[in-house]
Design a protein around this ligand. Structure first.
Ligand code: RIB
Ligand code: CA
Length: 314
C-alpha cells in the first residue's frame, strides 16, 4: 500500500528531486506539496514548486504556499547554493500547474484531521509550517503517522559549523517539532552527504533521454557547481529525496534511536541538533536518526522515479 505523504519544501534543487521521487515512486502517494521560505523567499520557492510539477506533468497534487518568514528570526536564504531564483540552471517555461488558495498550514491540519491517521509529514525545508500547524491544531500529533524530516546533523552543520540550514533558519520551529511527542525521524547531513550525485548517476539520468531527464541534469549541473565553490564537494549531495526514500523503502536508510534537542540560545551553536545516541544526557530517545544510506539502492529509486515521470524523447 503506498504511503501517503505531505511534502513540505523550499525548492531548492534537492527539493525538486524530492518532489520527483515522491511522485514517481510506486511506494508513495503524494497527497500534497506545501511550500515555505528557506532556500529562497516564499514567492520563489512556491513558483519553483509549480515549475517542477509543470515540467514533470504532476497535475493532480495540490500546491499550497505557507510561511514567508521564520517564527521569530529574520529569514536567511541560500542563493549561494540555489541561485537567485532558487532553482537556477534549467530554462523554466511559465508553469502551467496552479497554486491552491489554501494556506499550507490549513492544508496540513485539514488533511491530517480528515485522514485515518495514515498521513506522514515529510518536511525538507525550515520547519515553520510544521510548528504553526502544531500550534493551530495540537490534535494532529495523535493523527500524524510519523514525521520524516530532512534537517539537522548528528555531526557537523553546513550553514555554520554547528548548524544545518533547515534548522538554523528557524531553530524555534525545529525545537517545537523535536519536543513534540510524535514519531520523528531525522535525516540529517551525516546521512545525506552519502547521496552525492556523481557522474555515474548523472549519466544514468541523461541516458533516459526525456525532457524531464535533461532538466534534472541541468539542475544537478548548477547544484554541483555551487557545492564545489561553497564546500569543495566534487559531487552535490541531494539531501531532500533521502527523507522521501526513507518513507518509500525504509530498508535504504538505516536509523538509530537517539535523544535529539535543538540549541536555540548558543552564540556559536544556535541551530545545532545535539544528538545523544548513548544516553549521556539522561534523556530517553525522542527520535530515530538516519545513519547509513544504501547509495546504490537510493539512486536506483531516484532514476526509476524520473523514468516513470518522463517518457523517453522520440
Ligand atoms: O542543508 C540542506 C537542506 O537545506 C536541504 O533541504 C536544502 O534544500 C536546504 O533546504
Ligand atoms: Ca530543502
Amino acid at each position: 500500500m503506498p504511503r501517503k505523504i505531505i511534502l513540505d519544501c523550499d525548492p531548492g534543487h534537492d527539493d525538486a528531486m524530492a518532489i520527483l521521487l515522491a511522485q514517481g515512486s510506486p511506494d508513495i502517494d503524494l497527497v500534497g506539496i506545501t511550500t515555505v521560505a528557506g532556500n529562497q523567499t516564499l514567492d520563489k520557492t512556491t513558483l519553483n514548486a509549480r515549475r517542477v510539477c509543470s515540467a514533470a506533468g504532476i497535475t493532480d497534487v495540490p500546491i499550497c504556499a505557507g510561511c514567508a518568514a521564520p517564527l521569530l528570526r529574520p529569514l536567511v536564504t541560500a542563493a549561494y547554493i540555489h541561485g537567485e531564483s532558487g532553482l537556477d540552471g534549467p530554462q523554466w517555461p511559465e508553469p502551467t500547474v496552479p497554486l491552491s488558495d489554501e494556506h499550507a498550514v490549513d492544508f496540513i491540519v485539514r488533511t491530517i484531521m480528515e485522514s485515518d491517521g495514515d498521513v506522514t509529514l515529510v518536511p525538507v525545508g525550515p520547519l515553520t509550517n510544521i510548528a504553526l500547524a502544531l500550534r493551530r491544531e495540537p490534535r494532529i500529533v495523535a493523527k500524524t503517522r510519523e514525521v520524516v524530516l530532512m534537517g539537522g546533523s548528528s555531526e557537523r552543520g553546513n550553514h555554520t559549523p554547528a548548524a544545518e540550514f533547515n534548522i538554523i533558519v528557524d531553530p524555534e520551529a525545529a525545537a517545537a517539532v523535536f519536543s513534540t511527542p510524535w514519531p520523528v525521524t531525522m535525516v540529517g547531513l551525516n546521512l545525506t552527504h552519502q547521496a552525492g550525485a556523481g557522474p555515474d548517476v548523472v549519466e544514468r539520468i541523461r541516458a533516459l533521454g526525456s525532457p524531464l531527464a535533461r532538466t534534472v541534469v541541468d539542475l544537478l549541473g548548477f547544484f554541483g557547481s555551487t557545492y564545489k565553490v561553497a564546500e569543495g564537494r566534487p559531487h552535490p549531495p541531494v539531501h531532500d529525496p533521502c527523507a522521501v526514500a526513507r518513507v518509500a523503502k525504509p530498508e535504504l536508510v538505516e536509523v538509530q534511536d537517539a535523544f535529539v534537542v535543538v540549541e536555540t540560545k548558543g552564540e556559536w551553536t544556535s541551530g545545532m541538533t545535539v544528538t545523544d545516541f548513548t544516553g549521556r544526557l539522561g534523556r530517553a530517545p525522542n527520535a530515530k536518526v538516519a545513519t547509513v544510506l544504501d547509495r546504490a539502492g537510493f539512486w536506483d529509486e531516484m532514476v526509476s522515479a524520473i523514468a516513470a515521470l518522463g517518457p523517453a524523447s522520440r
